[in-house]
Design a protein around this ligand. Sequence first.
Ligand SMILES: Nc1ncnc2c1ncn2[C@@H]1O[C@H](COP(=O)(O)OP(=O)(O)OP(=O)(O)O)[C@@H](O)[C@H]1O
Ligand SMILES: [Mg+2]
Length: 251
Amino acid sequence: MNHNAKKSEVAIEVFDLTVAYDIKPVLWDVDILFRRAKSTAIVGPNGAGKSTLIKAMLGMIRPLTGAVHFYSKSGLLQRNQIAYVPQSASIDWDFPITVLDVVLMGRYGHLGWIKRPGKHDRELATDALEKVGMQDYKTRQISELSGGQQQRVFLARAFAQEATVYLMDEPFKGVDASTEAAIVDLLKEIISSGNTIVLVHHDLNTVADYFDELCLINKRIIAHGPIEKVFNEENINRTYGRNSLAKAGLA
Ligand SMILES: Nc1ncnc2c1ncn2[C@@H]1O[C@H](COP(=O)(O)OP(=O)(O)OP(=O)(O)O)[C@@H](O)[C@H]1O
Ligand SMILES: [Mg+2]
């Protein structure tokens, strides 16, 4: 970890994190610092522990060791300032709920005790649906949407939250190219307003265009830092195995 970074530049600090589901750890000794107003891609092979890292950062999984701190200007961040987009395959839509209600869930952290979402919340939710091109589906049941459309609704939920930190687990999976381009523009807006994004990503072709920093992971952190320093053949091969960049047609 870069201990030289000033506290005011730090959005998230992960200390000495080790996570196991059974006895065997799937994520070892993670020490990492995510900078404020930067976007970081988390990249690594299937089973590398990317989703596990995000879930452990959110406190959804209890680690064997370690701690995670989220910072705002005034100190530690409130939970409602952290938006999460889960990996799509993990979502089970057996219960009836409309698209608008899913997006309004992003506003719950802003509501007071037993308060219902108001006009402002509904406007923000509608605006977020427009941003992902899903405004015509407001009253539809979420279970009646295609996989890519559901993913876009989940992104809208995160955007409606107006969070400080966004943790996104493969948000581009299953969305079409034009939606992806629109979402990338939104992510850049989020960063330029001073907020922070940590995003699990699989596409090595777009990593350098979309992100400021890259974190390569395979059960441990292999490399982390600015894209121009970290995104090279040697590091990719250390993460995925020998000659993987050449095999992917990128070397
Ligand atoms: N709930 C669970 N119980 C037991 N083992 C799990 C559980 N979730 C994940 N694992 C295991 O932990 C390891 C890391 O899984 P994780 O989901 O974090 O990988 P990932 O990097 O997100 O992979 P992918 O690219 O496929 O999404 C894998 O070996 C996986 O089989
Ligand atoms: Mg995953």
